[in-house]
Design a protein around this ligand. Structure first.
Ligand code: AMP
Ligand code: MG
Length: 369
């Protein structure tokens, strides 16, 4: 796969009232087939004209993303759902009315004009209206729907700042619109409306509980969701190693009152073996880990999952920059945004959770399997 090689320009944009001249310049780049990265309320997106097949192919090349992993099409008006999809069920309009603009992506039947590679050759297309003035103004100025996956290299944690985009995609994207930090910090919830029962293919910024108010029959896909409402088929691309820091991520559950002491013991053992370790901790856990010879990143209060969602990817990247070999973290409750956070952690840990209530085999932890 050829890499898209360009001179990347970073333009600071006012996230509340985007400067029209910057937006118009970026929209011209999109219409000429170039790539523009922009902030959204979820994470930074890497945008291309969704109607231009060769522009869309540049996204895959820039991200080194496999072609079987489809992209989300972004629109700036609810009614523009018809630009990307056909045979749109009434339910889609109801959900758009309630949740757009916002972190909810709807999977619908693809409209023939959308570049097929956007959908990885599937007959369906994922559509969302972001809740952020920069992409909304940009899409309106370009006058076309914009395909945009997260603006990170494939398998790296999603970017929540312009610096993260530059770290991963510098020299591979024409313009990075720097509009500051992303408010939610987790990707959108992907909801499939093409199957018999509405199905969450990827938990994200719109909690399942909020969707269930409109969709009592909602099911959640993915083997990671411990629930009787489980279906086997995950979203395309979702079974892959994803959201991974470079370090080996050790995710712990259980342990009750002894959990912190147990994680401390494991950390001490790793340090004793000369390993450089990082800890992702909540405010409440910080004091108990602060004396350790480890890199520590604080996520925020364990009782405020919105803040943890906001900081999670950026703290993972911070630990990676410090060159740690292991990242240790305790799992969090899976309610509300906790389902999306748990999903990202599970993938970072390469689908392995270490149960502190069971005997722990230390050499297993050290191995890369
Ligand atoms: P990203 O924007 O990088 O988080 O990636 C978009 C994700 O949306 C993909 O990895 C898929 O999981 C999901 N997605 C996009 N298009 C479709 C589709 N047509 N059907 C099901 N899932 C999709
Ligand atoms: Mg992504």
């Amino acid at each position: 796969m050829n890499t898209y090689s360009v001179n990347t320009q970073i333009l600071r944009v006012n996230p509340e009232i985007p400067e029209p001249e910057i937006i118009s310049r970026a929209s011209r780049v999109l219409l000429e087939g170039g790539l523009v990265a922009f902030p959204t309320e979820t994470v930074y997106g890497l945008g291309a004209n969704a109607l231009d097949e060769s522009a869309v192919n540049r996204i895959f090349a820039a991200k080194q993303r496999p072609f079987y992993d489809p992209l989300i099409v972004h629109i700036a008006e609810k009614r523009d759902i018809t630009l990307a999809a056909t045979d749109i069920p009434e339910l889609a309009y109801m959900l758009a009315e309630k949740f757009w603009p916002g972190p909810l992506t709807l999977v619908l039947k693809r409209h023939g004009r959308v570049a097929p590679s956007v959908s990885a050759g599937l007959g369906t297309v994922a559509v969302r209206m972001p809740n952020h003035p920069i992409p909304l103004d940009l899409i309106r100025a370009a006058g076309v729907p914009v395909a945009a996956p997260s603006a990170n290299l494939f398998t790296r944690p999603s970017p929540t700042s312009a610096q993260h985009v530059l770290d991963d995609l510098g020299g591979r994207v024409d313009i990075i619109l720097d509009g500051g930090l992303c408010l939610i910090g987790l990707e959108s919830t992907v909801l499939d409306l093409t199957s018999d029962t509405p199905t969450i293919l990827r938990p994200g910024g719109t909690p399942a509980e909020a969707l269930r108010e409109t969709l009592p029959e909602l099911v959640i896909a993915g083997s990671h969701v411990a629930s009787e409402n489980r279906e086997s088929k995950p979203s395309p691309g979702m079974m892959l190693k994803h959201y991974s820091p470079k370090a080996k991520f050790l995710l712990f559950s259980g342990g009750g009152e002894n959990a912190i002491a147990q994680v401390q013991q494991i950390a001490i053992q790793l340090i004793g073996q000369g390993k450089k370790i990082g800890l992702l901790v909540t405010n409440e856990e910080f004091d108990q880990f602060s004396g350790m010879e480890a890199e520590i990143e604080v996520l925020g209060s364990g009782t405020n999952l919105a803040v943890i969602g906001q900081t999670l990817f950026s703290r993972m990247r911070a630990l990676d920059k410090k060159g740690v070999e292991f990242i240790l973290m305790r799992s969090l409750p899976r309610e509300g945004l906790g389902l999306a956070i748990g999903d990202r952690l599970f993938k970072a840990a390469e689908q392995r959770i270490i149960d502190l209530d069971l005997p722990i085999n230390f050499s297993d932890l050290l191995s890369s399997e």
